[in-house]
Structure formats: C-alpha cells, structure tokens
Design a protein around this ligand. Structure first.
Ligand code: ATP
Length: 201
C-alpha cells in the first residue's frame, strides 16, 4: 500500500492540511493518508500549543470523517516523549515493511528539515512530498531546495503541485481570539467543536 503521512500540530486543523492531503492522494495515487497529531513536537514550544492533545485529536477526527481514505494515526499523540520524525518513520518502516511511505510537508518544513534531528535518517524511510507555502512561492525555489537535499542525502523528494493555500493555524488562532470568522478556512464541524469547547478564546 502507498501511505501518505500528514503530521502536524493541528492547533487547529484547517483546510490547508486537508487540501494538501487530498492533493497528495490524487497526484501520487496513494491508498491512504494518516493524519498524525503530534503530542510534543520538537520544533514548537509546549507553551505555544493552545489546545491539548485530546482536543487536537478530536478536531482532526471530525475534519477527516467524511473521507474514507483519511485515517487518524495516534502513534505520536500517545507517546509521552518528544516525537522525532526520524524515529516515528523508522518505527513505521519496521512494523509495515511491505508498505511505501510518503511524508507530506509544506515549504516551511522542507526549508527547515535539515534543522530537524537526524534528517539523514528520515530520507531513507520515505518519499517526501513537498508543496509551496508563503515562504517559498516559486517552482524554481522549491526545485533548488529539492535538488540540494536530493544530492546531499540521496533523498527522494517530489514536488506537490497545488495553488498556494494562504492559511495557517497561528493566523486562525489569532482570528478566533479577536472574534473574527474562520468558517471559510476549516470544515463547519470543526468550527462548531471550537465554539462548543470555547477554544482559542
Ligand atoms: P502554525 O501556524 O501553528 O505553525 P501550521 O498551519 O503550519 O501551524 P502545522 O500543523 O504545524 O500547521 O502543519 C503541519 C504540516 O502542514 C507542515 O508540514 C506544514 O508545512 C503543512 N501546512 C500547513 N498549512 C499549510 C498550507 N496552508 N500550505 C501548505 N502546507 C501547509
């Protein structure tokens, strides 16, 4: 099976995440996408995460419910330690040796990936699917980074062609705090959950 891994803090999950996953699924003919909320991401301060892991899991579950090829993957959420991508991916490789993994990321993650712990151990476990984001808007810039990483680490990285999706969790948190509408950026059911649970106030 060809499995896409969509990891994130999902604080909250938004249409950018969902659209990225759907594009990967279609463009690379994947069988499943695993949405994997991170309990303790190494690159974000714990204090900057506003919703607890149970709320982020619930919002993810609600957001992916309608798509039969989208699954919740709780491996990182259940770990009490910081989750490093290389360890998670080596774990998946070990327990699912017959499947192929595709690690789906935006340009901010592609540009920062060398600062992650043991990037050289992530690349052998999967193909990276990377797409544009505000930081890197052009195909030339993306291709330059892809070529650099491919040569340095023998990484398998493919460009995901999508229009820019101008949405991020931190902007949505700010909008929610100031009482602005966010309904065009996330599924209605996630909006309702946020309201019901008084999140991001
Ligand atoms: P924050 O604004 O809090 O940093 P975020 O919107 O970047 O959050 P994450 O959950 O940290 O969301 O993102 C998970 C992954 O999804 C990352 O690889 C990120 O690059 C990618 N991603 C999120 N939003 C977009 C988007 N609008 N376009 C492209 N990639 C995105």
């Amino acid at each position: 099976m060809k499995i896409g891994i969509m990891g994130g803090t999902f604080d909250p999950i938004h249409n950018g995440h969902l659209h990225l996953a759907q594009t990967a699924l279609t463009q690379f003919d994947l069988d499943q996408i695993w949405f994997m909320p991170n309990g303790m991401p190494p690159h974000k301060k714990q204090s900057s995460i506003e919703s607890d892991i149970h709320e982020r899991i619930a919002m993810t579950q609600i957001a992916i419910k309608a798509n039969k090829q989208f699954y919740l993957q709780e491996y990182e959420a259940n770990r009490e330690k910081i989750s490093y991508s290389y360890k998670t991916m080596e774990h998946f490789r070990k327990i699912y040796p017959d499947d192929e993994f595709y690690f789906i990321i935006g340009a901010d993650s592609l540009m920062a990936i060398e600062t992650w712990i043991h990037p050289e151990r992530i690349f052998p476990t999967c193909t990276i699917l990377a797409t544009y984001r505000n930081e890197v808007k052009t195909k030339e810039e993306m291709n330059r980074q892809i070529q650099y990483l491919s040569e340095k680490y023998h990484a398998k990285i493919r460009l995901l062609e999508t229009p820019l999706m101008p949405v991020s969790s931190h902007e949505l948190r700010a909008s929610l705090q100031s009482g602005d509408s966010v309904s065009e950026y996330m599924p209605a059911a996630v909006c309702s959950y946020i309201k019901q649970h008084h999140l991001y106030r």
